[in-house]
Design a protein. Structure first.
Length: 411
């Protein structure tokens, strides 16, 4: 997802490698690790293969485009600047993976039509041809002086190398433009998960930033062709654009997964915490507690707490007063509470009275089948537990329900 090639140079180094490379490499690697389980399980999915290839090639581009690795590649092969067609080829393969992702997204994730397969083959054949052309042009070019950071501008007027540089930049610009346009169209569609929408926005901004990379490179190269020196656009601005682009694209892939995971963890923990008032009441009434295991995850603790509460409510079932619940519900409505809130408050009043009755009863172990009055309690324990946090509201409903009961009692 992002371009970076030999001229990617530097603002700070660590271990001989520019931080402009370490940051995107780290972000892209994290994204690849997060995607890896899905890639292994559903390797036949063309979209997942495209995503996997995209992340893999993006990492490879930044690794092999670092000046240190460029020097190592040239030294090991004994061919000056052979790292150039290697990095250009990796970047071209990255472009192909962008377009394959576009093909997979174009008509829906499950599309397997002949037109989709033809488009995918066209992308593969076209960009394979570009890669072959890059190596042929390099073989024809005369580039004896090693350039680790400014090869594009240094050889901008060299026959064959000039065409190679323009070829890889134009192939990259085309792929980036098509991908960015598709993503921004997708962002505007309805029904997207909020995390996915934000992830797509970051991807769109990342690919748009890639165009800044291309503009910087092309401007510097054309300036050289016309005898002007704008090399800093290629050696300074383009690396920064590549680094920012790679990081944004990586985060764009990470965000939907990480966001959904964290949101689900937060939902489970919040549900567990919200059940605490009702759990404590059931614990006080029954004398038991939900089993606790140190290694149990948040989801298992929530399930155990819910199970304990429902089992305890069944123990209270013979003490539930349906008439009291109806009076409390009417009282809650009369006090101005919303219907759902009124049901929860009425249930809370009923449970408190049943708990008091059970404590004073010798027969505490008999369980009655659940009926209409217990079905709501068993299904809406979250709402009832939240109502128990507001004792003044409960007391107001209980007092009004008690007054209503006295008024309806025959003298």
């Amino acid at each position: 997802m992002t371009p970076a090639h030999l001229a990617l140079g530097a603002f700070g180094t660590f271990g001989g490698i520019s931080l402009a490379f370490w940051l995107p490499i780290a972000a892209l690697t994290i994204a690849l690790v997060i995607k890896l389980p899905s890639l292994i399980k559903m390797w036949r999915d063309p979209m997942l293969r495209a995503v996997g290839g995209l992340l893999l090639f993006a990492c490879a581009v930044f690794v092999f485009a670092s000046p240190t690795v460029i020097g190592w590649t040239n030294r090991v092969t004994g061919v000056p600047n052979i790292a150039a067609p290697l990095v250009y080829s990796l970047l071209t393969a990255l472009c192909a993976s962008w377009l394959l992702l576009v093909v997979a997204w174009r008509n829906g994730l499950s599309d397997r039509s002949a037109s989709t397969r033809r488009a995918a083959r066209w992308v593969v054949l076209t960009y394979t041809g570009v890669v072959l052309a890059l190596w042929v042009l390099f073989a024809l070019a005369d580039v004896p002086v090693e350039r680790r950071r400014d090869l594009d501008t240094y050889y901008a007027t060299t026959p064959f190398m000039r065409e190679e540089i323009l070829l890889y930049l134009l192939a990259h610009t085309l792929a980036c433009s098509v991908t960015a346009r598709l993503i921004w169209n997708w962002v505007r569609t309805d029904g997207l998960d909020s995390w996915l929408r934000w992830g797509l926005r970051l991807l769109g901004v990342g690919y748009a930033t890639n165009l800044l990379f291309d503009a910087s490179k092309l401007t510097a190269v054309f300036a050289r062709m016309n005898g002007r020196d704008l090399d800093r656009l290629s050696t300074d601005l383009a690396p920064l654009a590549a680094c920012v682009s790679a990081t944004l694209v990586a985060v764009g892939f990470i965000l939907p997964h990480a966001g959904q995971y964290l949101q689900e963890r937060w939902r489970i923990r919040r549900a567990h915490r919200r059940l605490r008032p009702l759990y404590l009441l059931m614990h006080d009434v029954g004398g038991g507690s939900a089993p606790f295991t140190l290694r149990a995850g948040a989801e298992m603790r929530l399930i155990r707490r819910e199970t304990f509460i429902r089992d305890s409510l069944l123990q209270l079932s013979r003490h539930l007063d349906e008439e009291l619940r109806e009076r409390a519900h009417t009282a809650a409505l009369d006090l101005g509470h919303a219907p759902d809130r009124a049901r929860a408050l009425a249930a809370a009043v009923t449970i408190l009275e049943a708990a008091a009755a059970r404590k004073g009863s010798a027969d505490t172990d008999r369980v009655m089948p659940s009926g209409p009055e217990t079905a709501y309690l068993l299904q809406e324990i979250q709402a009832v537990s939240r109502a128990l946090r507001h004792r003044p509201d409960i007391e107001g409903v209980r007092d009004r329900a008690a007054s209503s009961g006295r008024e309806n009692t025959p003298a």
